[in-house]
Design a protein around this ligand. Structure first.
Ligand code: SF4
Ligand code: SF4
Length: 417
């Protein structure tokens, strides 16, 4: 048995995880279930199985949603095991594809990532999202898929540098932008910065930060993730301030730096959820003399549906703060989007590498959006957001998808402290 996969022994093959697995729900094949995948990992680790196309397809099809891990009575660390199994697959088949070529430059952060983000923004301004799926040669290809995922609304540039509050300074925080956030979350990151400034925090956005490394790790490339982690360690080394992260996927990876690189624990311990941080200042934001005030009623959304990303729900379990923050806003009905216990299919690079499964998993959520008719869908992960926006566009539904921070500053007045 390969030492790295020895925790597969903790699986007692009870099958309790099967009803919670989205890919097993789609195919009904044991090889697409957590239990089946653990058997395949054991076969690979012992040398009984080869890393052939069939084994790779079952392991690569996993979303790493970790729904199985969250219900497993034996505490099988499924997410870590799947990362290790994919690294083993790559050792046995170094030629296997990693991330889609279109995504790779963006993940490097720095100048290359910014250049790629600029190209995507140009595509966005030219309206390529609407036609990409129909262009000959692009339909069904990763580039066509990437272009179709471009948000319809132009994305402003990500805030950079140091931002100082107008009044008394309570302290300093650093903002993690990540790679996809760098390209598509300018509005959400600016909203987060404005909320933190209003509270009285000095906000630093380190310019040399890059991708958290999750996509490389899930593609079986732990060395690439370690390099990215070391880069982020250096980028955030100037202070020991809290590192505020909007995206649950990035936050999960940043918290796991402790297990990846020797000095990773110090950075992991500083990583904070934006909404948990804001709710620590609940009275200052929402009390009688609070900083957040309603705009005139005609500007306010009355009903929102919340989509809970898998990393937030199954791994971090931090959805409480986000929901509590939204529920502090009077006059707002907050409902959970039906089917919140299932992955939407975005799952990092999965929406590029497995477009049919990704769309099949999204489909019931789009139907739920049609039934529940919210005025906005709120989520806390950029991958889910892009996948939802593309699905809603295809279905002809005009429902904006936003982060809680973006929604809050777009609908409410936030004064400075
Ligand atoms: S992973 Fe856990 S829940 Fe699933 S079969 Fe194994 S022991 Fe049972
Ligand atoms: S991580 Fe998600 S998709 Fe993968 S086996 Fe577990 S439940 Fe299924």
């Amino acid at each position: 048995m390969n030492h790295r996969l020895k925790d597969t022994d903790r699986c007692v093959m009870c099958g309790l995880c099967l009803p919670h697995c989205p890919t097993y729900g789609l195919s009904r094949q044991e090889g697409d279930s957590p239990r089946g995948r653990i058997s395949l990992m054991q076969g690979l680790a012992s040398g009984r199985l080869e890393a052939d196309d069939r084994v790779s397809a079952h392991l690569d099809g996993c979303l790493e949603c970790r729904a199985c891990e969250s219900v497993c009575p034996s505490g099988v660390p499924f997410g870590r095991l799947m990362d290790e199994a994919r690294a083993l697959l790559r050792e046995q088949r170094p030629d296997r594809p990693a991330l889609p070529g279109v995504a790779r430059p963006m993940l490097r952060g720095g100048a290359t990532g910014r250049f790629m983000a600029g190209l995507l923004h140009t595509g966005q301004r030219l309206g390529l999202a609407g036609v990409a799926g129909r262009l000959p040669g692009l339909a069904g290809k990763p580039l066509g898929r990437a272009l179709a995922l471009l948000p319809a609304k132009a994305t402003p540039a990500t805030p950079r540098g140091i931002h100082t509050p107008a009044g008394d300074c309570l302290g300093t925080v650093q903002l993690f932008t990540g790679c996809t956030g760098n390209a598509f979350e300018g509005r959400a990151l600016a909203a987060a910065r404005d909320l933190l400034l209003a509270l009285g925090y000095r906000v630093e956005v380190p310019p040399t930060q890059g991708c958290c490394g999750a996509l490389d790790l899930h593609a079986g490339k732990p060395e690439a993730t370690r390099r990215l982690a070391a880069g982020n360690l250096a980028a955030f080394a100037a202070s020991d301030a809290p590192i505020i992260s909007l995206n649950s996927g990035c936050r999960t990876q940043l918290r796991e730096y402790a297990a990846l690189i020797p000095e990773g624990a110090a950075l992991a311990g500083r990583v904070r959820d934006l909404y948990g941080f804001l709710m620590e200042h609940e009275d200052r934001l929402f009390g009688e003399e609070g900083l957040v005030r309603p705009k005139p009623p005609e500007h306010r959304t009355r009903r929102v549906a919340v989509h809970l990303p898998c990393t937030l729900r199954n791994v971090l379990r931090e959805q409480g703060a986000m929901l509590a923050l939204l529920r502090r806003l009077p006059g707002l009905e907050v409902v959970e989007l039906e089917g919140n216990d299932r992955c939407c299919g975005a799952a990092g690079a999965h929406m590029f590498t497995h477009p049919e499964a990704a769309d099949a998993l999204l489909s019931p959520k789009i139907e739920a959006a049609r039934r529940q008719a919210p005025e906005a869908i709120i989520t806390a992960n950029i991958g889910c957001s892009l996948h939802f926006q593309a699905g809603l566009r295809r279905a002809g539904l005009e429902v904006p998808v936003m982060t809680p921070a973006e929604w809050l500053v777009s609908q409410w007045q936030v004064s400075s402290g």
